[in-house]
Design a protein around this ligand. Structure first.
Ligand SMILES: Nc1ncnc2c1ncn2[C@@H]1O[C@H](COP(=O)(O)OP(=O)(O)OP(=O)(O)O)[C@@H](O)[C@H]1O
Length: 311
């Protein structure tokens, strides 16, 4: 469990984190989202004691990071991952870390297996690809078998196989009852990895809820896609104030202002056949864009205009 309680972080004039409070619970993967400069890395650094809050309190597994005698056993972190430039092999890199923390060789072999580096563990880690480097970073985070894991952009630069592997691993670790907290700018990946989300913008919390809820809220005014052989009759049966129906092609209706359930009921009442009845759910990316529209510090703010100019 990670508890962030009224945490503020200033760097001189810059307010990087502004009175932020949230709790990351064990058992589910929690995603940490926000535009560039929103304060995600700063918050993560404070969780693992690399930075101190200007005010407020951070607790991991019920205690402050500084009070841990063996932090590696409490919280594993993959922060600002980059290829490790070292002449050491992955095995010796992990072994050195293990030895300074009283962790046995057997655990080094275990984490090498977990992250799938067994075949290259004796090779120089400096020559590793980005994906192999990420796996080594995750092995380091897992070394102390910690209850809590924090990963900043773990999928960064990984190929599809690597991304799938990380997703499966993180879900498994959460399924074991651990606290898993990860940041990512890959919305499609976050949508299938995380169950809960904390979204920040300009140093403040914008949303702290489930992925399902974020998507449902953004989909509230979305259209229902309907395919019906007697589309004209259906259109007439559904016509009412507040109902907007568009037809992009023959036999297909895009309906706003009525739920899929209501459309199905009205069609049944009239004895009209439906071939398809699909609520058009917003994607997590759509939902995120709407939620953070006012919080983007370094965006262009003119994506749509630019697209129109190009078109
Ligand atoms: N050591 C520092 N000194 C001064 N300002 C800093 C420092 N670290 C971060 N900041 C500033 O604090 C703000 C939050 O930065 P942070 O790196 O936490 O954002 P982020 O959400 O992780 O962004 P990104 O998605 O780009 O990684 C930014 O405006 C950044 O420039």
């Amino acid at each position: 469990m990670i508890e962030i309680d009224h945490v503020t972080k200033r760097y001189g004039e810059k307010l990087a984190v502004d009175d932020v409070s949230f709790v990351v619970r064990p058992g589910v993967v929690t995603g940490f989202l926000g535009p560039n400069g929103a304060g995600k890395s700063t918050t993560m650094r404070m969780i693992v004691g690399l930075d101190a809050p200007t005010s407020g309190r951070v607790r991991v597994n019920g205690r402050s990071y500084r009070s841990f005698e063996a932090p590696l056993h409490e919280v594993g972190a993959l922060l600002e991952a980059r290829a490790i430039h070292t002449g050491r092999s992955a095995y010796h890199h992990l072994l050195a870390m293990a030895q300074t923390h009283g962790i046995g060789r057997q655990r080094v072999d275990e984490v090498i297996d977990i992250v799938g580096l067994a075949s290259v563990a004796r090779k120089r880690a400096g020559g590793f690809s980005l994906g192999m480097g990420q796996r080594l970073g995750i092995a380091s985070a897992l070394l102390g078998d910690p209850q809590t894991l924090i990963l900043d952009e773990p999928s960064n630069g990984l190929d599809p196989e690597g991304i799938l592997w990380i997703r499966t691993l993180l879900k498994r670790l959460a399924g074991e009852g651990r606290t898993v907290f990860l940041s990512s700018h890959l919305m499609s990946e976050m949508a299938v990895t995380a169950e809960h989300l904390v979204i920040v913008g300009r140093g403040r919390v914008i949303a702290d809820t489930t992925v399902e809820q974020v998507v449902a809220q953004a989909s509230a005014d979305a259209a229902v896609h309907v395919r019906a052989p007697e589309a004209t009759a259906l259109r007439e049966a559904l016509a009412a104030e507040g109902v907007h129906i568009r037809s992009a092609e023959r036999g297909v209706l895009e309906i706003r202002g009525l739920s899929a359930e209501r459309i199905g009921e009205r069609a049944a009442e009239q004895g009209l056949v439906l071939y398809e009845l699909t609520p058009q759910l917003a994607s997590l990316e759509d939902a995120y864009m709407r939620l953070t529209a006012d919080a983007v510090e370094y965006g262009t703010h003119s994506t749509h205009e630019s697209l129109e100019l190009v078109a």
